[in-house]
Design a protein around this ligand. Sequence first.
Ligand code: PLP
Length: 413
Amino acid sequence: MIKINENYLELQDSYLFSTVAKKVKAFQEKNPNAKVIKLGIGDVTRPLVPEVIKAMHKAVDEMGEPETFKGYGLEQGYEFLREKISEYDYKKRGIDISIDEIFVSDGAKCDCGNIGDILGINNIVAITDPVYPVYLDTNVMAGRSGKFNKEKGHYENIVYLEAKAENNFEPDLPSKVPDMIYLCFPNNPTGTTLTKAQLKKWVDYAKENKSLILYDSAYEAFITEDDVPHSIYEIEGAKEVAIEFRSFSKTAGFTGVRCAYLIVPKELKGYTINGKEVALNGLWNRRHGTKFNGVSYIVQRGAEAIYSEEGQKQIKENINYYLQNAKIIKNGLEEAGYTCYGGVNAPYVWLKVPDGILSWDFFDRLLEKCNVVGTPGVGFGPCGEGYFRLTGFGTKENTEEAIKRIKEKMSNL
Ligand code: PLP
C-alpha cells in the first residue's frame, strides 16, 4: 500500500490568486465594457533586454556546431557566470564570495524549498508575517510546522515574526529561539527594508544562538537608498550564519527564462544531534549535484550578459521603469489620503486600508468603483490583514490611469 507524505494534508489552501482571478472574471462578465487595470501582478512585464537576447542567440548558434555544442554542464553553474556573480554582485561591494560558494539554479523559489533537504526536520522555523508564502508551505511539506490552528491562523511550531506599521515593519527578535530564520528584504509583499544596523541585530542574534538565517534578496536590484544592504554579507560575521538567495527573475526579467543562485559560504556550519560541526557548503554541493543537472548553457549565457556595461545599463532602465511606477502609485495614493509603505527600494507598495475595512472588502470596492485590481494583504499572512499590495509591474499608462481613478473615486480624505 502506498503511503503518502501526510504533511501535505496540513497545507492550507491558498485561495489568494485564484480568488482574485475568479472575482475579476465575474466582474468582467457583468461589466463587459469596464477597462480593468491589474496592479496586482507580481511578474515582470517588460521584455528581455537586447544584450541578453544577443547573448542567447549566440549561444543557440554555438549549440548547432559540433565544435561548440554543450551537453551536461557543471551542476553548480558555468564558471563564466559564477565568476561574474562573484565579481559584480559581491567583490564590488567589498564582499569576498568565491565561485565554489555560488550555486546557479533554475529559480529562487526552488532554492527556497530545496534548501530544507539539508536541514534537520526538528529545527524550529521562524518566518516573517506577512511574507512570500513559499517559506512556510515548504516547511509544512517537510513536517516542521506542526498542526494548523484555525483560530489563530498559525501553525503550532512556527515562530511568526510580526511586521506591521506599529513596529515599522521591523520584526522583534523572537523570545523562542528558532534554528532557521527566513528573512526577505526588500520584502515581498510590504516593499520595506532593513538598514544595515537593523540587519546586524539579526546576524548577531543568529551567531549567539547558532541559528541559520535564510536571506532572500530577490529584489535587491530595486534598492535605491544607501543604507540598505544589498547582501546580508555586507554585515560582519554573516558568512558564519547565513545562506543568501538571489534571482535574475526580477533583476533582469528572467521569470520565464529561469535562472537564480544560492550562496552557501564555506565557513557556515550546521550541527549533528551530537553537536558535531558540519559545513553546509559540502552538504548543499552534494544535494545540488545529486538532484539537479544544471541550468541550460543558453540561459546562463543570457544571465552573464547582464553584467556587461551595456547589459547593466539596459536592465537598470527596466528596473527604473518599475520603480517609477511604484513612485506614481505611492505618491498618488498619499495625495489621495492613504498611508503607504515600500515602493522606494522595491516594486511593491503596501497600502494601509482605511480603518475598519478588511483587505478583501477593499479589494471589492477598488474593483467595483475604480475597476482596479490589487492583492489583499491578508493573503500573505495574518498580519497582512488591513493592508493591500499594489505593484509597479504594470505599464506606466495603466498605472497613471489607475491612480487617477482612485483619486477621483476613492480618496480617503
Ligand atoms: N523570492 C521572492 C521574495 C519572490 O517574491 C519570488 C517571486 O515572486 C521569488 C523568490 C521567486 O524567484 P524565482 O523566479 O527565481 O523562482
